[in-house]
Design a protein around this ligand. Sequence first.
Ligand SMILES: NC(=O)c1ccc[n+]([C@@H]2O[C@H](COP(=O)([O-])OP(=O)(O)OC[C@H]3O[C@@H](n4cnc5c(N)ncnc54)[C@H](O)[C@@H]3O)[C@@H](O)[C@H]2O)c1
Length: 381
Amino acid sequence: MSKKPLNIGLIGYGFMGRTHTNAYKRVNDFFDVAYRPVLKAVCGRNAEAARAFADNWGYESVETDWRKVIERKDIDAVDICAPNNAHAEIAIAAAKAGKMVLCEKPLSMNLVDGQAMVDAVEAAGVPNTVWYNYRRVPAVTLAKQLIDEGRLGRIFHYRANFLQDWTISAELPQGGAGLWRLDAAAAGSGVTGDLLAHCIDTALWLNGAIASVSAMTETFIKERKHTVTGKVEPVGIDDACSFLCRFENGSLGLFESTRYARGHKALYTFEINGEKASIKWDLHDLHRLQYFDYRDDSIIRGWHSVHVTDGDQPYMKHWWVPGLQIGYEHTFVHQVADFLENLAAGKPTAPTFREALATQAVCDAVLDSAELGRWESVVPL
Ligand SMILES: NC(=O)c1ccc[n+]([C@@H]2O[C@H](COP(=O)([O-])OP(=O)(O)OC[C@H]3O[C@@H](n4cnc5c(N)ncnc54)[C@H](O)[C@@H]3O)[C@@H](O)[C@H]2O)c1
């Protein structure tokens, strides 16, 4: 089948720039979709580094100002892989220019910016999506399927953690390349927007809306040298955040995220307990879904470790043979595949900007609750 080209303009060529580019390159090898991504332009402020990235990955051209990418007639879709403080301005300008917009998470620095982004893509009528890629881990997609089939019955509890340990040293500076996550001006928040946003997106998808939250945050290292200014400056991000919540379906939630859990690099886990069954998942073992069903015969009742690699499990028929697993990078391939398939069918690709705004509303309520020391309702603008 001859495929329609879809010209990509990538903004930012760091960690996510690589995962997305890999996905654009691989998608047509494994998924039969009507579009073919073309690596048209990559944008970075350092021309030499951007050129090196373009040469390595196969981009046709380089820009050093994202506005140039948006002005170009030969760009169909703008993919935002720059830090959080760049998302709103780029996305709104891209939408106004009639470009499709794929934006990294979190959607925005805060709910107000996020709402403006939603308004822009909806006013322009351009396809849009946010890269909450964990939805597309086959085991996580399978969890969604099991819940939607009613296998868990009424849900009582939702528990999620995202634990890291890479910022424990007080010598680590804030700001600049790689360390913008520690700088509130670039990141908006700390672990709440960076890590809990993933947990919240998955939770809203699997268990529905969150009604209210009660949170606490802590900044363990109060001052760090700023890479850009060279001065020791106050740290404005949350190093750790824990919150309780009530979901609209009546279930209770417990979420924890920190970059101070010595021994954990990226321990994203969730567990859901229902009346009839429970499920749990762990990013370090991402191809497995743990499933317990109370309806099993009591003499064999126990946790099943489901190896999600078979052709009848989500996404897996596109990959290898049953029993052989895939990994982290494939979640991005899946998102591109879904985006291209939906584009051909004229359908939105979840999470859209509007859906991702719901996560932003929870993040804002969590940060407000921690600051004010009280329960906060989750209210969209
Ligand atoms: N989906 C996920 O699991 C996931 C994982 C990591 C990061 N992210 C998100 O992806 C985004 C980027 O994170 P990263 O880890 O790739 O960061 P990174 O620091 O590795 O890369 C950021 C890139 O943006 C470029 N950049 C910064 N400002 C720019 C500007 N004004 N114009 C053009 N380029 C600019 C930098 O030069 C760099 O190439 C963030 O929003 C982050 O939250 C998502």
